[in-house]
Design a protein around this ligand. Structure first.
Ligand code: BGC
Length: 766
């Protein structure tokens, strides 16, 4: 048993409802329903689900070995008999594991008999989804199956005390929570999931996880719903009003459970005793007192309401959070929570503030709210800016080329905001011209100067001189990685690059190895590695230190297996509940995403390994992901879809990053100059390695033809390694032809090669 994985898996459980049934009383008899108690779901599927832990503890095993409750044996044997003839269906290969498994609905008389001899019922429902497999708005995926519905109905008919446990990677329909006494989301908790869930159910640990997404009443209530996965272009007309930013501004009544919400077995009194700002930062002193009878932890969340004019603003945006230690009943802790106001700056792509293409804090009143979730947070402080403050001057980038409208709040007579629409500003520059105007100095080919890799790595010679010893062809080969089918790929490795080519190995460049990620080290051969809780669960802990601790364990395994990098964290925004990879990602909120990602990468790098955050950016769905154009305003891109990455990159904990499969406003991420060079490298100062997602497509210009062979576009955009090809030496791509026709320069490929060598050199030093 891994103590830290178990602790994290428990800390990320979110209790949404409790009429007193939880915690289960010590010594009570519990009837357990739902096959998922036995066939617990530990992770989602796809590349993020290929970790093989040494053991996996199911929920039934966890409950049983807790020693705190006893399991109703009659119901248990009914399930076990049924399960022996209804084995788990894991599908037949990639992306075929069903979303749901056949469920056993015991006969009504059996349920009635179990109710007579039990104190409470626990019903466990599971869901699966993952890479290449979005959820769907249908029974068995977002909705419960008829059998699951029938199971809840029959159990709640006979049991007075019922708890429904959702073992899912995504938000699903939670309206049946109305019919049970307690509702607990346990996500997909990794190898120690069962023990962790038992810790929560039996009260060994009080729940302290909080929702990282809003749970709406109906799937149609999500503002992205009408533009999710319907064609090859997803129009992000909800703009910056994603998740709670939408619901708290326009549709409070559609919320079943608000963002940041989660109950405990105890109560807390949150009291702001001080707040101050120097105009750049704001800081709060908050006393948290445990006023109940149970030990527990509380998350303090700070939200802000920024001036509505002139850009439009959501009613709430998360500005900061902190979690208490475990407080005994009556115990108090004082938290000092400070943060920079730049985190809440708005991006003005219109020029309405007089500062086009800048992040600004518009003049006006800023109200700050402090509490245990977005809905209940109370106003605690306000600050007025007399004039607009520019926090950062940027270059217009990534802006859309097609016309569409986006949501913008309009004040109604009753004082509430209504979602109206305004046209989105279209790009005011020529993308292709910008790319061709780039000028990268060229060192040129200078032949053998006797500089080995270790000379460059140790700083005895410059990396620039080192790569000047490589011919054009050798440099091009260096820019290609090889994947799982390659004979050079060793155990534990998802892909390799660097010393896999003759030119690089001649100069002593080692092979750089990496592995999926994000929940542990992937092994297709079934070799054992620790399976951490999924991303959504980690974020639900709202505990950055704990996330670092978890990921340092995984980071140590990365280095023990001789690997350089783990391909994670997955940190795309939960734009819609049906995205199959939401389990890998953290939240609908970019600030929380950035903070958790930074904690994750800090853990991995503390063990001497590199994390490779992915998928940069806007990988919001799985269906036809390589063809999906995420059409969004520059403001939504910068404030929502890039901000988490920005927070992480600026901490310096990531030395490499993976682009996404999709296009953003007509250009594939893997070849997107604005994404990689204008913003990531230019504005954020990232000088690390940029790799593509596996067999990604690229295109040279907005709306242009795309192909997995257009590596020249990747390099012009500032990308470094194309993942993956059959033979790095000999790939039918357009690198050499583009050098010959002058559309790519040796300077371009040298720049990528230098970053690759730098990455490998840094990895060796760790
Ligand atoms: C996924 C990445 C993964 C890569 C390597 C891709 O299909 O999108 O997240 O790291 O494969 O397995």
């Amino acid at each position: 048993m891994s103590e830290v994985m178990r602790r994290a898996a428990a800390e990320g459980c979110v209790l949404l409802k409790n009429d007193g049934v939880l915690p289960l009383a010590e010594g009570s008899v519990v009837a357990v329903f739902g096959r998922t108690a036995w066939d617990t779901i530990y992770s989602g599927t796809g590349s993020g689900g290929l970790v093989h832990p040494p053991y996996k503890t199911s929920i039934i095993t966890g409950l049983e070995r807790s020693g705190r409750v006893s399991i109703h044996s009659g119901m248990r044997s009914l399930y076990e008999t049924w399960l022996s003839s209804h084995p788990f269906d894991s599908g037949c290969g990639w992306a075929t594991e069903p979303w749901y498994q056949a469920e056993f609905v015991p006969d009504e008389r059996e349920v009635a008999a179990a109710a007579e001899k039990s104190d409470a019922a626990v019903i466990v429902i599971g869901r699966q989804a993952g890479e290449d497999r979005d959820n769907a708005p249908e029974r068995g995926s977002y909705y419960l199956t008829e059998d699951e519905d029938a199971l809840i109905s029959v159990v709640t008919r006979y049991f007075e005390h019922t708890a429904l446990i959702l073992n899912t990677g995504n938000i699903i329909d939670m309206t049946r929570g109305d019919d049970v006494g307690a509702l607990l989301c346990v996500w997909q908790g990794g190898q120690d999931c069962g023990d962790a869930v038992a810790d929560i159910l039996t009260g060994k640990v009080s729940p302290s996880g909080k929702l990282t997404d809003t749970v709406a009443r109906r799937i149609e209530d999500y503002p992205s719903d009408k533009n999710f996965g319907r064609g090859d272009a997803d129009i992000y007309e909800e703009d910056i009003y994603v998740g709670y930013r939408f619901f708290e501004t326009f549709a409070k009544g559609s919320v079943l459970y608000p963002f940041g919400f989660g109950l405990s077995y105890t109560r807390f009194d949150i009291c702001v005793t001080g707040a101050e700002s120097d105009g750049a930062c704001v800081s709060f002193t908050v006393n948290v007192k445990n006023t109940g009878n149970f030990a527990g932890r509380e998350v303090v969340e700070i939200y802000v309401k920024t001036p509505q004019e002139p850009l439009g603003a959501p009613a709430r945006a998360l500005l900061a959070f902190a979690k208490t230690k475990t407080l005994a009943p009556g115990e108090c802790e004082t938290l000092t929570i400070g943060t920079e106001l730049m985190h809440i700056a708005s991006y003005d792509e219109t020029g309405r503030t007089g500062n086009k293409s800048c992040f600004v804090l518009p003049a006006g009143e800023y109200k700050f709210y402090v509490g245990g979730d977005v809905r209940e947070a109370k106003e605690a402080y306000s600050l007025t800016l007399e004039s607009t403050v520019v926090t950062e001057r940027c270059t217009e980038a990534l802006s859309p080329r097609r016309e569409f409208s986006r949501i913008r709040p309009t004040l109604r007579e009753n004082g509430e905001y209504e979602a109206s629409y305004e046209p989105v500003p279209s790009a005011g520059y020529d993308y292709a011209e910008r790319v061709s105007a780039r000028r990268i100095p060229e060192a040129g080919y200078r032949g053998d100067m006797g500089i080995g890799f270790s000379d460059a790595a140790d700083g005895k010679a410059s990396i620039c001189d080192f790569t000047a010893q490589m011919t054009d062809g050798e440099l091009c080969a260096l820019l290609r990685g090889e994947g799982l089918g390659s004979p050079k790929v060793k155990m534990w490795t998802t892909a390799v690059f660097g010393g896999i080519t003759e030119g690089a190995s001649r100069l002593g460049v080692p092979i750089s190895t990496n592995s999926d990620g994000p929940s542990g080290v992937r092994s297709d051969a079934g070799d054992e590695a620790t399976l951490a809780p999924c991303g959504t669960l980690l974020a639900s802990t709202f505990d950055t230190e704990l996330v670092t601790e978890v990921m340092s364990v995984i980071g140590r395994e990365v280095t023990e297996h001789g690997l350089d990098a783990l391909l994670g964290p997955g940190m795309n925004i939960h734009r819609h509940p049906l995205c199959g990879r939401n389990f890998e990602y953290f939240s609908e909120d970019p600030y929380l995403t950035g903070k958790i990602a930074a904690a994750y990468c800090r853990g991995i790098s503390s063990a001497g390994a590199a994390a490779t955050p992915k998928h940069f950016a806007a990988n919001g769905r799985e269906r036809r992901r390589s063809y999906t154009d995420a059409v969004m305003s520059e403001r939504a891109a910068r404030e929502i879809y890039l901000r988490g990455f920005e927070i992480l990159i600026k901490t310096g904990y990531a030395r490499s990053i993976m682009t996404s499969y999709n296009l953003i406003n007509g250009v594939h991420s893997a070849s997107n100059y604005d994404l990689i060079t204008t913003i990531l490298r230019g504005e954020w100062g990232f000088d690390g390695l940029v790799m593509t997602d596996w067999s990604a497509y690229m295109n040279a210009d907005v709306g242009g033809e795309f192909s997995p062979r257009d590596l020249a576009s990747m390099v012009r955009a500032g990308g470094d390694v194309y993942m993956v090809v059959e033979s790095a030496e000999n790939n039918p791509d357009n690198l050499i032809p583009s050098l010959s026709d002058g559309s790519l320069t040796r300077g371009d490929i040298e720049a990528s090669a230098r970053r690759i060598i730098k990455f490998i050199a840094e990895s060796r030093k760790k």
